[in-house]
Design a protein around this ligand. Sequence first.
Ligand code: UDP
Length: 254
Amino acid sequence: MARRRQLYEGKAKILFEGPEPGTLVQYFKDDATAFNSQKKGTITGKGVLNNRISEYFMLRLGEIGVPTHFIRRLNMREQLIREVEIIPLEVVVRNVAAGSLATRLGIQEGTRLPRSIIEYYYKNDALQDPMVSEEHITAFGWAGTADIDDIVQLTLRVNDFLTGLLLGVGITLVDFKLEFGRLYENDEMRIVLADEISPDNCRLWDSKTGEKMDKDRFRRDLGRVEEGYQEVARRLGILPEAGVRDLKGPETVQ
Ligand code: UDP
């Protein structure tokens, strides 16, 4: 197998140089972290499931005209993506009160919000991703007002689309986190959806029972973490045929 140059290793993914200029290979690990990396663990098969689930969401979003960095899935754990300049923001959308919003504002977890709320966090591990406002974003030059307009429009479309898609399979989309990047093509810049959309960065509750099917199972030691992720894939009709027990999957050959 050709050795590829590793460009970056994050908490849940590794980025390698892609086969062509302007492309990268995104590798999904089983590693999980929570509470700003104070809690660390492994969720067996998570990388395989997140690769599939994120591929599925990115493809469906692409079909409705949401630009994404996704090109194609390469194998069980890897996908080919476009290289983008990541905007250093975590864009969180909330439909139902949970997690830090419930804690900070003293709202009972599970309370439906009067409307969807978008929050921004500055992506900086050392500072533990502090919450910021549009004022901070424009003042410090992380994104301009036109960029923020694009981000808000895309985020709301993603939220509406995924809310409906998931509701169709009996899952409530409580909240989730998106990341965006700048893609430069023919002297033009476009903002595109980047990173991943998976149970690692969404809160997904069974619409009937309220059972959690996302990373909160890991964060809150609820057990059956892998099963939660697997159930999301199963309902979406994309559970890998070989099963998640086929952990390593084929290696990419270039
Ligand atoms: N989230 C994320 N990465 C982060 C912080 C949050 O993917 O670094 C996601 C999280 O999974 C949830 C949503 O963003 O779906 C809102 O998270 P919250 O602010 O409630 O923080 P948490 O309770 O996860 O600390």
